[in-house]
Design a protein around this ligand. Structure first.
Ligand code: TRP
Length: 77
């Protein structure tokens, strides 16, 4: 994969409650968590899929916007 990823789409996650976790999962044969970012209500994370990140798990209530559309994750409670 190219190391210049400035042209790759961004996705946006807006926390709708405190303690939303945005978890990055590694690319490659070994799929594991490599980063957890905790967002409080109203906080926004803008990120990309990269050479190191092939998937993202969102835990908690959030608005997620991607080039494929917009969706809400729900709280487990
Ligand atoms: N160092 C990570 C990477 O370059 C940072 C990152 C990018 C990330 N996108 C992410 C972390 C999404 C968590 C979720 O891949």
């Amino acid at each position: 994969m190219s190391s210049n990823q400035s042209n790759v789409d961004f996705f946006v996650i807006k926390a709708l409650e405190d303690g939303v976790n945005v978890i990055g999962l590694t690319r490659g044969t070994d799929t594991r968590f490599h980063h957890t970012e905790k967002l409080d209500k109203g906080e926004v994370m803008i990120a990309q899929f990269t050479e190191h990140t092939s998937a993202v798990k969102v835990r908690g209530k959030a608005l997620i916007q991607t080039s494929h559309g917009e969706l809400y994750s729900e709280s487990s409670e």
